[in-house]
Design a protein around this ligand. Structure first.
Ligand SMILES: [Zn+2]
Ligand SMILES: [Zn+2]
Length: 177
């Protein structure tokens, strides 16, 4: 959804929309967001305050991402809110520029005086992801030796040679002797 900032006058405007599952297109194989688990409900309120625009948004949905431990895709709830400020850099041409931002936010949703709310939502989905994505806190991950997913399968590595973690400890003891 593209909003022309010039159409936002003094009063606040609410934009409510739903992005269907097919909306998300992963950006290549390294995209942490593989897809959406259900339609994403978006509410964005835009308020003009002097020469600034204040964006208050809420996202409610569910995405598919990959577990950092076992590498399996799992569904991760997205329930987040955000606040952004935009200022018109050049009121004559109507060119907008982000004035205050959260760190490391990429600004690729502003083009001239037009704001692409979909791209803004996209950025916020990335920002809402935890540093470590885990399918569950108790995820057992992959066997460090044979790579089997220990949540769904067993391997012989543990019973024959001991748990990889304990192997490391044993080695440490030997070195210390
Ligand atoms: Zn996992
Ligand atoms: Zn194994």
């Amino acid at each position: 959804m593209i909003i022309d900032l010039r159409t936002i006058l003094q009063e606040t405007q609410d934009f409510l929309f739903v992005l269907e599952e097919g909306w998300w297109r992963p950006e290549g194989p390294s995209d942490p967001v593989l897809g959406m688990g259900k339609p994403l409900r978006v509410r964005i309120r835009i308020e003009k305050a002097g020469d600034k625009y204040i964006f208050d948004g809420e996202l409610d949905g569910n995405i598919l991402t990959r577990c950092d431990r076992c590498l399996e895709p799992y569904s991760h709830d997205i329930k987040t809110s955000f606040h952004l400020f935009l200022a018109l850099q050049n009121p004559e041409t109507g060119e907008a520029e982000i004035e205050l931002l959260e760190d490391e936010m990429e600004v690729d949703f502003v083009e001239g005086e037009e704001i692409d709310l979909n791209n803004m939502v996209r950025e916020q989905i990335y920002l809402s992801l935890p540093i470590k994505t885990l399918c569950s806190n108790g995820c057992l991950g992959l066997c460090l030796i044979c790579g089997v997913n220990l949540n769904t399968g067993n391997c012989q590595c543990r019973s024959e040679k001991g748990h990889p973690g304990f192997l490391k400890l044993k080695n440490l003891n030997i070195e210390g002797e």
